[in-house]
Design a protein around this ligand. Structure first.
Ligand SMILES: Cc1cc2nc3c(=O)[nH]c(=O)nc-3n(C[C@H](O)[C@H](O)[C@H](O)COP(=O)(O)OP(=O)(O)OC[C@H]3O[C@@H](n4cnc5c(N)ncnc54)[C@H](O)[C@@H]3O)c2cc1C
Length: 337
């Protein structure tokens, strides 16, 4: 096994899962984050391990997501055992309310071995997709940080990488905003929505798409399934908490809460579950997705540098895509470094 030094720049779900897989191949891994590990888009995510609505996307979107269920099932066991933190991986199924294209959904599900059932008991028709899973991102990210430490991955937080130094086709080092130089055999850029601040050439391909979410306290409602209607979803957590989201806003890195959009999320939630009208939301938050035009990430070797690897632009489905993207990039690094 090689002991090459790998610098991973960005400790979101993509950087963390990649770092773990690279470390398991025997590399000496250091993860840098400009803030804290796992506190950006990945923390803000809903944690649904399925691309709502895969039949509307290019095939590659589902291809990148579909192995995530098995991966997270095993990872969750490891995380509970090694860190004591349960990331709450669980089966939730997905109920789509009043879909326009029920025939198309059934056909797609059949082709992809996803069992469905139809519920016509209420005035709105529903299609239920079985064996759809979720995980709870704030817990997942907290557990991953601890797990990386147990694996011997070096973690350097609150250090922004601002540039690379190169010698012909090789990156020789990266430099932090306080002027420290870090040398490594290979560099993996997993900097999410911030990628173009370090690689300007990706400005038009990867851009921040803000997503706001709201959370209801334990509602006492007995819900198991994720509910989806017209671009909006509700996710019941194990402790009765209910998450609702999300917005898609192209406003750069504007962190201000948009009250109008929060009210809109509440209205949509109450339309699906009228009981929520009397329940005050417990909190709201936002994250900046690494947006791409078609939800397809960039997971490859840089065209000009032999030891610079790219894994970013996972847009709406980075949690679900992380395991497969990490596998692809780890294979590339293992061959080249
Ligand atoms: C509201 C919302 C709901 C979502 N729901 C889902 C869902 O249900 N299912 C799903 O699969 N996906 C979901 N997503 C999408 C998913 O969260 C993202 O695709 C995923 O988190 C991207 O992971 P990442 O690691 O690339 O980015 P991030 O988690 O943003 O991590 C990037 C990290 O890089 C660091 N960084 C950036 N630049 C530098 C630098 N120069 N130096 C050092 N560190 C740097 C940042 O500090 C950050 O920690 C959702 C997103 C949002 C916002």
């Amino acid at each position: 096994m090689s002991n090459g030094k790998i610098a991973v720049i960005g400790g979101g779900i993509i950087g963390c899962i990649s770092a773990i897989e690279i470390k398991k191949k025997g590399f000496d891994v250091t993860v840098f984050d400009q803030s804290k590990i796992g506190h950006a888009s990945s923390w803000a995510s809903g944690g649904i391990l399925f691309p709502l609505m895969p039949w509307d996307y290019l095939k590659k979107v589902y291809d990148l997501c579909k192995s995530s269920t098995n991966y997270y099932e095993q990872l969750s066991k490891d995380l509970i055992q090694k860190t004591g933190i349960d990331p709450q991986f669980q089966e939730s199924d997905l109920t789509i309310i009043d879909p326009l294209n029920i025939g198309e959904i059934q056909k797609w599900c059949k082709q992809n071995n996803i069992e469905t059932s139809i519920n016509e008991a209420t005035c709105k028709r529903k299609i239920i997709l079985k064996k759809i899973f979720q995980i709870r991102p704030p817990r997942l990210m907290k557990a991953l940080r601890k797990y990386m430490e147990t694996l011997g991955i070096n973690i350097i937080e609150n250090k922004k990488i601002i540039s690379f130094d190169a010698n012909k086709c090789e990156i020789t080092s990266c430099t932090t905003s306080d002027g420290k130089v870090f040398m490594a055999e290979a560099f993996l850029l997993s900097s999410g929505a911030w990628t173009s601040s370090i690689l300007e050439e990706y400005r038009d391909n990867v851009f921040p798409i803000k997503g706001q979410m709201i959370q209801y306290p334990n509602t006492g409602l007995k819900l198991k399934n994720i509910l989806y209607e017209d671009g909006f979803y509700l996710i019941p957590r194990r402790d009765g908490v209910l998450i609702a989201g999300s917005t898609l806003e192209k406003v750069g890195f504007n962190s201000q809460e948009n009250i109008k959009n929060i009210d809109n999320l509440k209205r949509k939630a109450e339309k699906i579950i009228p009981e929520l009208k009397t329940i005050k939301i417990a909190k709201s938050w936002h994250g900046f997705r690494p947006g791409t035009v078609d939800n397809i990430p960039i997971t490859e070797k840089h065209k000009d540098y032999n030891n610079l690897f790219l894994n970013f632009g996972h847009h709406r489905y980075g949690v679900a895509m992380a395991p497969q993207s990490a596998r692809i990039i780890t294979d590339l690094i293992s061959v080249d470094v």
